[in-house]
Design a protein. Sequence first.
Length: 244
Amino acid sequence: MSAPVFLVTGGSRGIGAAISRSAARAGYRVMLTYVSNGEQAEDVARQIRADGGEATAVQADTSQADEVDALFLAVDAAGPLAAMVYNGGITGAPSRLDAADPATLARVIDVNLVGAMLCARAAIPRMSTRQGGQGGAIVFMSSRATAYGSPGECVWYAASKGGIDALSLGLSREVGLDGIRVNAVSPGPIDTGMLSEEKRKSALALSPVGRIGTPEEAAAAVMFLVSDAASFITGANLAVAGGR
């Protein structure tokens, strides 16, 4: 019998890669997506396989409905879908809103929010106990930017993640009787490539615990939410932000 599939979008680096490795260690067959850096994604998959796990890297732009459809056909071929983490997230070039390129605004919303809805739309019928599935868990990666607002930098990114928060809550109530739990994780400053040196210094200065987080700490929150230990948790949004 095939191991249950754990789908991680944007799984080739940072938090996504940490989630992919954690899911493999938990016994899932991992499918991780990438948009353009296939070599980096395959490196993550190779590391997982070298450690005795199962992993496949799949190219997919999750903001495109046809590519999402193709991705989930690949999931079907791999085994039953048990968990999906939507980790896609881009910010675009920083600026005030009145100086932002409209194309940047559209792309951020498409990747961060529309893509999440497209992937959830595809995951639900595969997980739903009402439709012959075994139930499952969906986790959306949000951001503490929804609380900060990211003024003068990328308010559109914060807005897109605010949409994720609403999506997570609403969908949890919509599909609860389908045996699907839906939650969100909101990282604060995490030590990834998205954190510039300037942001790192600012985060350290403001941190109540005197440090920034690691991708593994964010991944641990995700793994808790998909686990049986969180079987009565849905509609929650877990901040992994060191008190900020």
